[in-house]
Design a protein around this ligand. Structure first.
Ligand code: TK8
Length: 337
């Protein structure tokens, strides 16, 4: 009896460790290189830290994320190649930079597709968003979750932009895919595809006049130091996507994958909340930092929409009508509620 009581006390003291284990978790000691493009002090950096902490917690400290920000492991495109080749384990980056690998990702570049972050959540986490994410597996990547990059707004160093006509003559950096290139060419800008990692210097040296990104990024990347004008265009919602090397993923145990998927879901929920909370404050901060904020009238936004409407047909062709219609139908359903 006495022994039994002692054993019980020890069991309780040791917590979950000695609970009757249906199976011991199959988790190895692993160092996971996780790259990202923004600064550590950004919504992206904070969420990577949450992911790292959660992975450590769920794996009992065995799986360790080595987070490397500020594109020190390379641009989005370079990191994707490292993941495909198995030279790097994980990353987070823009879905727009994956279009060259998985054309269906272009769906998320549709101008004015979503009216709110919450709409985006439902579509990205829903059937179509997940189907597109799983297409990466044919190309050597495993998608885990979408994060919010956010609604993109235009900045430049030359002039206030409040109409389609104002785009004319502006040299604008765009993300490296044809949808962004075409969109900004149609608006009359001189669009230059460049990796994000080269953007600050390009703005500083006036190689380009402007760029477009969410408020959070304009702030955390200090673009306000080299850009005077900010136009509230909200022309497209950008997701980020957390990916892993398939070569590496295929060698993980089911328990290890489970740790990563669970931690990714926690990081996603944290990141979206953090990003939304930061966005409004970021705009006020950019103003305080000396940027001139220009609103764009509903009429001018309408003109933008009409000018770039042909881009939609191009996207529908690239992603296929089934996926295109599935998203349009889901949005109609969401907007009915
Ligand atoms: C960061 C990029 C960035 C994106 C861009 O690596 O390239 O403008 O918005 O967030 O993915």
């Amino acid at each position: 009896m006495k022994l039994k009581a002692l054993f019980l006390a020890a069991t309780l003291a040791a917590g979950t460790m000695v609970l009757p284990a249906a199976h011991a978790a199959d988790i190895q000691t692993r160092l996971i290189r996780f790259g990202y493009g923004l600064n550590q002090d950004s919504n992206q950096g904070r969420a990577v830290q949450v992911f790292a902490d959660e992975v450590a917690k769920l794996s009992g400290g065995k799986m360790k994320i080595r987070a490397v920000g500020a594109a020190a492991l390379g641009s989005d495109v370079q990191m994707q190649q490292a993941l495909i080749g198995g030279a790097q384990e994980m990353m987070v980056g823009s879905t727009a930079t994956l279009v060259g690998i998985t054309p269906e990702m272009a769906l998320w570049d549709t101008p004015f597709l979503f009216n709110s972050g919450e709409e985006a959540d439902q579509v990205l986490d829903g059937k179509t968003g997940q189907a597109i994410m799983h297409k990466l597996e044919d190309k050597g990547l495993v998608g885990l979750v979408y994060w919010e990059n956010g609604f993109r707004n235009l900045t430049n160093s030359q002039k206030p932009v409040t109409s389609v006509e104002d785009f004319s003559g502006l040299k604008l950096r765009v993300m490296q895919n044809n949808v962004f290139l075409d969109t900004f060419q149609r608006l009359g800008a001189n669009a230059v595809p460049l990796p994000f990692s080269e953007l600050f210097t390009a703005l500083e040296t006036k190689t380009v006049d402007g760029q477009e990104n969410p408020y959070n990024t304009i702030l955390s990347s200090k673009f306000y130091e080299v850009q005077k004008y900010l136009s509230i265009t909200n022309h497209v919602y950008s997701p980020w996507i957390v990916t892993a090397s398939k070569k590496w993923w295929d060698g993980l145990s089911a328990d290890e994958r489970d740790v990563l998927l669970k931690a990714a879901a926690v990081s996603r929920d944290f990141e979206r909340k953090d990003t939304r909370q930061e966005a409004d404050k970021a705009l006020a901060q950019l103003k305080a930092d000396g940027m001139q904020i220009n609103t764009v009238s509903p009429e001018a936004v309408q003109k933008m929409r009409e000018t770039i409407a042909p881009v939609n047909a191009q996207i529908e062709k690239a992603v296929g009508s089934d996926l295109w219609n599935a998203v349009q139908d889901q949005l109609k359903e969401i907007r009915k509620q």
